[in-house]
Design a protein around this ligand. Structure first.
Ligand code: ATP
Ligand code: MG
Length: 666
């Protein structure tokens, strides 16, 4: 028998079992929410290990860092094998890992910096300035817009020309300038030894396309490629998988077309639909049992998604018993009342014995969580938030990281300037000049580590900044003792004590909080020996669309979760609240205006993803009035998604003013 001792027959249903034990070759599992697709992948990994496949021959791709971690943990739990050589992560993190080894092939060095949105914007600002466009006649797209355009090109495989024509017709007159900006941006990235997030995918693909020998090595290594949430892959991702698998590896993809929610970012549902055609001999498995939700919730989900025309028919049967409680439909007066209802109900449920970490509030857009955040804070209900500005994106965290980034990548203009701008008397022009001085010194290109203080003292910052500049040199010396990199927490400490603490005190009224954030960062950094690993991890975490980060989310005990629906993909909770179910909020107003049936269907899939996260109890709430200070109150219509199912599937709650907290005077 298998050395793990797993009884695969007993722990899987027939369809899952067939997929888990399928012979080498391509396999696709296409099945609805909660049917055990992720479980199937996990058991597949265990099964392979049980059958003498080495961990190092397995590549496991998932959509979020959290999902990757959880799946590896599950596998570790299931089997006695050592799985440390197994590669598992998001497409971006795997791309990063590969590029860190071979960046030279593409003309970068291994210590390239990863640009986040802010870095991209500052690079693009420079590019636009260098184009010397007369924007007085007509507005030129802002850096943010350009970044999105270029990203769409990378992720959809469409030409820039077509992206502009179809999505930005307003800017068509700038065609040639935008093309020049794109070229300038690419050049700047190369010059500064930096990659943006799309590059982590695109350049990995290019690496393998250019270097057949290297491709051969990786093909030999990854004999089994497993992909979760395959319905949300874009052109680059699916091409990368196909290319890696091209040497005869077995690919197993699992997904659900009804949960495809990233087309706005270039994901293509067509990838999953055409998978069998692209992989000869592919076995297609369908699972029709849902193990997650009680029948009451499942009936509602089946009915809700039936309103979509573009989909595979696949009604799910619940494996669970009726609970006897229908999903609740709860109209509320306004957003504050909605927040107070959710918080109050959570406390009641906790009194009934449901732990807080089994509850989640899901919404379409981050800003819709504001009232809930305030209400939970007031009532002292702890929460982890998985959307919006996160720990690693905050200015002070990025400031500190800039020192580490610059010292590891001396061509990183963005980080250098970010640091220079922290010093008194230095503005954009000053930072520019210092950068040019730095480049002139020749040290940006050399291999050995400079005697920083000495080199920097040869440059001329404005008088006001002289003291800081000198300090900067000392700090850099401390970051590279004996020409080697110090450990990440020691580096952060040097930056903080050498310069940054003063800056914090002088710049922010919430100094204490920010200081403790940085101490938090030190604690986190202590997990890393290598500063490059640390910096990669920071970049990957902050780009991942709001994954829980920082202390508040690291230990998920006794906290409710607030999450955007996009980030809740693949997860489950006993109790789920879906809020702001009003037309114009969810579905989103812009999409209603566009009057595009495809976009509305994607919006409905998002609703389907939301309600299928719930195991036992589901609350659908909406505020009737949306108070707006500038236009007066707006009366809202309940979401049209609530008309998609028969009313007897839900229980309508009437919340009277007396309900809830007796001290609450509303
Ligand atoms: P989603 O589409 O939301 O990603 P999924 O298809 O990946 O869902 P899983 O998350 O793998 O579904 O499974 C949903 C729940 O059902 C999990 O709690 C899982 O442990 C449980 N489950 C799945 N299959 C079985 C089974 N055969 N026996 C018992 N429990 C199961
Ligand atoms: Mg899943």
């Amino acid at each position: 028998g298998p050395s793990s001792g797993i009884d695969y027959r007993a722990e899987l249903n027939d369809e899952q079992f067939a997929a888990v034990t399928s012979p080498p070759g391509a396999a696709l599992v296409i099945a609805g929410a909660g049917s055990g697709k992720t479980r199937t992948l996990t058991y597949r990994v265990a099964y392979l290990l049980d059958h003498d496949v080495e961990a190092r021959n397995i590549l496991l791709l998932t959509f979020t860092n959290k999902a990757a971690r959880e799946m590896t943990e599950r596998v570790r739990h299931l089997v006695p094998h050592d799985v440390s050589a197994l590669w598992s992560g998001t497409f971006h993190s795997i791309g990063n890992r590969i590029l860190r080894r071979h960046a030279e092939v593409l003309g970068f060095t291994k210590s390239f910096s990863i640009l986040d949105r802010d870095d991209q914007k500052s690079l693009l600002t420079g590019v636009i300035a260098s184009l010397e466009i007369d924007t007085k006649i007509r507005r030129f797209p802002k850096p943010d817009v350009l970044a999105t355009m270029f990203s769409l090109v990378e992720n959809t495989g469409e030409s820039l020309e077509s992206i502009i024509r179809h999505r930005y017709p307003y800017f068509e007159e700038w065609q040639s300038e935008i093309h020049r900006a794109q070229a300038g941006y690419a050049k700047r990235k190369k010059d500064t030894n930096s990659m943006d997030f799309d590059d982590l995918l695109v350049l990995t693909l290019r690496l393998f396309q250019q270097d057949e020998e290297l491709l051969g090595l990786y093909r030999k290594r990854f004999r089994h490629i497993l992909v979760d949430e395959y319905q949300d892959t874009n052109a680059v991702q699916s091409e990368l998988i196909d290319l890696l698998a091209g040497g005869g590896a077995s690919v197993m993809a699992v997904g659900d077309d009804a949960q495809s929610i990233y087309s706005w970012r270039g994901a293509d549902m067509g990838n999953i639909l055409s998978f069998p055609e692209r992989h000869a001999g592919c076995h297609v498995h369908k699972i029709e049992t849902n193990y997650r939700s009680v029948p009451e919730i499942l009936d509602l989900s089946n009915a809700a998604i039936r309103a979509n025309r573009a989909r595979f028919d696949k009604d799910l049967r619940s494996a669970r018993e009726q609970l006897g409680v229908k999903p609740a439909l709860v109209p509320l007066e306004d957003p504050a009342t909605q927040a107070s209802f959710v918080a109050q109900r959570m406390l009641e449920l906790r009194d009934e014995g449901i732990p807080l970490e089994e509850m989640a509030v899901l919404y379409r857009a981050h800003f819709q969580s504001l009232e809930i955040q305030m209400e939970l804070t007031t009532r002292g209900i702890p929460f982890a938030i998985t959307s919006g500005l996160r720990f690693f994106e905050q200015a002070h965290i990025k400031d500190v990281a800039a020192f580490l980034r610059f010292v590891t990548n001396r061509r990183d203009e963005t980080s250098f300037k970010r640091i220079a701008l922290l010093m008194p008397g230095i503005g954009a022009a000053g930072a520019d000049k210092l950068w040019r001085d730095w480049v002139k010194s020749g040290w940006a290109e050399k291999d050995e580590v400079p005697a920083w203080s000495e080199v920097l003292s040869g440059m001329k910052p404005p008088k006001k900044a002289a003291k800081h500049w000198e300090q900067f040199g000392y700090i850099l010396d401390e970051l590279t003792p004996n020409g080697e990199f110090a450990r990440p927490p020691d580096m952060i400490f040097s930056v903080l004590e050498g310069m940054y603490d003063d800056h914090l005190r002088a710049s922010y009224d919430n100094y204490e909080n920010r200081r403790s954030d940085i101490e938090q960062l030190m604690t986190y950094g202590a997990n890393f020996e290598d500063v490059l690993d640390f910096l990669s991890q920071l970049s990957l975490l902050s780009a991942a669309d709001g994954e829980p980060t920082g202390d508040r989310a690291e230990k998920d005990d006794e906290k409710v979760t607030l999450s955007s629906i996009h980030q809740a993909k693949g997860l489950e909770w006993k109790v789920v609240f879906v809020i702001w179910l009003a037309d114009g909020q969810f579905p989103n107003g812009r999409i209603l205006e566009a009057d595009d049936p495809d976009q509305l269907e994607e919006e409905r899939r998002l609703f389907y993803v939301a309600i299928t996260r719930a195991k036992d109890e589901l609350y659908l709430t909406y505020p009737l009035i949306n108070p707006k200070s500038y236009t007066g109150d707006i009366i809202q219509r309940p979401s049209r998604f609530l008309d998609d199912f028969p009313r007897q599937l839900v229980e309508e709650w009437r919340i009277t003013p007396e309900w809830g907290n007796p001290d609450d005077p509303f």
